[in-house]
Design a protein around this ligand. Structure first.
Ligand code: FES
Ligand code: FES
Length: 162
């Protein structure tokens, strides 16, 4: 492949502007992992069915396996690498770790980001609201119970902090 087969894409990822030269058919998932080294976002079905590849775009869950980077110029993309505040992990990350809400961890980045989008729009969700929000993210390992409990724990800590 020559440079002529590539296009320039400017993205805003985890609060930073980045520019990459990529083949126009590369998905956002591939660009994040292969060109930007952000391997927290995982390959799953690549068919839009498992949500393992989930990131946030303008604060909403978004399937990176179905997205073309050129369509996302100017949008705010957050991956799991952007969840922490400097060296301080996001309360959801702390709660997931404390409660053992991950086993193999493959779905965990998408679970964390989807839960973050939920708490950002509904800081005190019911168990049913958590279940519904996370229902599209398929986990092959856990029974989901610890995941739901971790989201509730993070929400209660955020509430206490005001
Ligand atoms: S990898 Fe994107 S939905 Fe499954
Ligand atoms: S923890 Fe293994 S797929 Fe969810």
């Amino acid at each position: 492949m020559t440079i002529a087969d590539r296009v320039a894409v400017r993205l805003r990822v985890n609060g930073e502007d980045v520019a990459v030269m990529v083949p126009p058919y590369k998905t956002l998932l591939e660009v994040l992992r292969e060109d930007l080294g952000l391997t927290g976002t995982k390959h799953g079905c690549e068919l839009g069915e498992c949500s393992t590849c989930g990131v946030l775009v303008d604060g909403r869950p978004f399937l990176s396996c179905l997205a073309m980077p050129l369509d996302l110029e100017g949008r705010e993309i957050i991956t799991v690498e952007g969840m922490a505040n400097g060296s301080e992990p996001h309360p959801l990350q702390v709660a997931f770790a404390e409660l053992g809400a991950a086993q193999c961890g493959y779905c965990t980045p998408a679970m964390l980001l989807t839960a973050r989008a939920l708490l950002d729009r509904n800081p005190q969700p019911t168990r049913d609201a958590i279940k519904e929000a996370l229902s599209g993210v398929l986990c092959r390992c856990t029974g989901y119970l610890k995941i739901f409990e971790a989201v509730e724990l993070a929400a209660s800590r955020q509430k206490r902090r005001g």
